[in-house]
Design a binder for this molecule. Structure first.
Ligand code: ZN
Length: 68
């Protein structure tokens, strides 16, 4: 994880296109807003497992809630 994983909180995450690991990259403090999730959004994220930087689009970003 790139961010601290707190049970019950929401995060934005992607699945690494190189190794398949899902990782959260930022807390989502406003779960009702979807501005991160537009298809035009694009960001480069580095996987914490394989350290492979790849570009991710909005439709590849998933909201996840931290669970045990
Ligand atoms: Zn990876």
């Amino acid at each position: 994880m790139l961010v601290e994983w707190i049970i019950g909180k929401w995060y934005l995450s992607v699945t690494c296109k190189a190794c398949g690991v899902q990782f959260a990259f930022t807390p989502d403090d406003q779960p009702d807003e979807t501005h991160y999730l537009t298809d035009s959004a694009e960001m480069v994220l580095t996987c914490p497992e394989c350290y492979f930087p790849l570009t991710y689009n909005g439709h590849e970003i998933r909201k996840v809630q931290a669970k045990k």
